[in-house]
Design a protein. Structure first.
Length: 439
């Protein structure tokens, strides 16, 4: 159909980026609350989201890890699997994968050609178009099941036009408070909006009033509800060969995963409870498939940026955690490092609670901060971050808007026994990986 696929791809990517408002560029201004636009456009495209079974994954932190691991388990079980996640790190097509492989450039071009033939009198957002593209590509490819990650919130998120076979919410913490509410129960109510009548739901972590929000919503619509944190499925956690995190389980044997840290224990429990629910829905998922899916999650789904080890001399890791809930676990891991110094190459976007994140790092000896700024319009300037670092009483090592330059400064200062951590924002990790040619 196309004489020059690369040229067509660049053209449609430019149309996508420039022609539709995107949250990663302009923030809340890109959000058009409600599902009417997505539902109407999906109808005009033939409702592709109804052509296969779906699993809906939401939550504040960990939903990407849980979605990728579930997709990897299902692939290992022999199913043809679609995976829709956001945002991407380096290549737009990371958002839409089939059996772990990014969709072809020609598929992006083909969808946009089809989409432009749809007549409508309104202007969809970037995320709405991406969501419809994913659903259309999955239907065209004939997937058996699609794992769909919520973009933001849940109740009014564009992905919420699906009726899944399972709804999953990982956890709740304060993030996007201007859009979702400024308390955890309010945010939980938005996340619980992906529950559907009669559809089983798994919630990873929830306590107190947050738990009560999920219980009330599930009871109201008749959705069978399980809290993964109540499960005794994982008997013991240990560190295995090459830093793999290992779980001794009741029903799945010995599981090893490259995704490590305390937060991944909670994610693993959530995935295992989800698998049990999927089995009850007559998906054939053996214990062997679960073990293979966990151990090969990065290889099978292309997952990056979850405490990813980039170098060992000095020890260099990157992580996409970007809110206080995620940084609780990151700060603990940094404090556990027993080398000479920790060098933090960090940057944020302007609508994040940076002060709370930096507060988690107070009292850490041998900590050096290299302030930078991701290459997106919403970025917090490195100079403003530097002021916040000083106000938090942390040691500021350098200030440079360019992520690659900040990293070079950290490498120049580091000894072999130091750790370099790169993160604070998904976009910082994307800039870092791009500068290293690791995409």
């Amino acid at each position: 159909m196309y004489n020059n696929i690369d040229e067509s791809y660049r053209k449609v990517l430019s149309e996508l980026n420039d022609g539709y408002s995107a949250f990663h560029k302009v923030g809340a201004a890109a959000i058009d609350p409600g599902l009417d636009t997505t539902m109407e456009l999906a109808r005009r495209l033939g409702d592709p989201q109804n052509a296969y079974r779906t699993i809906h994954v939401g939550g504040t932190n960990g939903k990407g890890s849980v979605a990728h691991t579930l997709a990897s388990v299902l692939q290992s079980a022999g199913y043809r699997v679609g995976l829709y996640t956001s945002p991407h790190l380096l290549d737009f097509r990371e958002r839409i994968r089939i059996d772990g492989k990014m969709i072809a450039r020609s598929e992006v071009a083909a969808f946009m050609e089809r989409f432009k033939k749809v007549e409508y009198g309104f202007h969809p957002s970037f995320f709405e178009v991406c969501t419809l593209m994913a659903f259309w590509c999955f239907a065209k490819a004939g997937v058996d099941v699609a794992v769909v990650e919520v973009g933001l919130g849940g109740r009014l998120d564009s992905t919420n036009i699906i009726t899944p076979m399972l709804s999953v919410v990982t956890n709740i913490s304060l993030d996007h408070t201007g859009l979702l509410g400024n308390t955890e129960p309010l945010i939980a109510a938005e996340k619980a909006g992906i529950f559907k009548p009669g559809v089983p739901a798994v919630v990873g972590e929830a306590q107190g009033e947050v738990r009560a929000v999920f219980e009330r919503k599930a009871a109201e619509i008749g959705a069978p509800l399980v809290f993964a944190a109540d499960s005794d499925e994982i008997k013991e956690v240990s560190v295995g060969n090459e830093g793999m995190q290992c779980y001794d389980t009741v029903g799945f044997g010995h599981i090893a995963s490259p995704l490590t840290g305390e937060c991944q224990y909670h994610n693993a429990l959530t995935v295992l409870e989800a698998v049990k629910s999927l089995r009850r829905s007559r998906l054939d998922i053996t214990a062997e498939a679960v073990r293979a899916g966990f151990s090969q999650v990065c290889a099978l789904t292309g997952l990056m940026g979850r405490w990813t080890i980039v170098d060992r001399h000095p020890w260099t890791v990157c992580d996409t955690g970007h809110n206080p809930g995620g940084w609780i676990y990151t700060a603990r891991r940094l404090k556990e490092f027993d080398g000479q110094a920790v060098r933090l190459v960090i940057g944020f976007v302007s609508d994040k609670d940076v002060d709370s994140v930096l507060g988690l790092l107070r009292g850490m000896p041998r900590l050096h901060v290299y302030a930078c700024s991701p290459s997106v319009d919403r970025a917090l300037p490195a100079g403003m971050l530097a002021e916040k670092v000083n106000d938090a009483g942390l040691q500021l090592a350098s200030v440079d808007d360019d992520v690659a330059k900040a990293y070079s400064n950290a490498v120049a200062d580091a000894s072999e026994s130091d750790m370099i951590f790169v993160g604070g924002s998904t976009f910082v990790v994307a800039d870092f990986l791009a500068s290293r040619g690791l995409g």
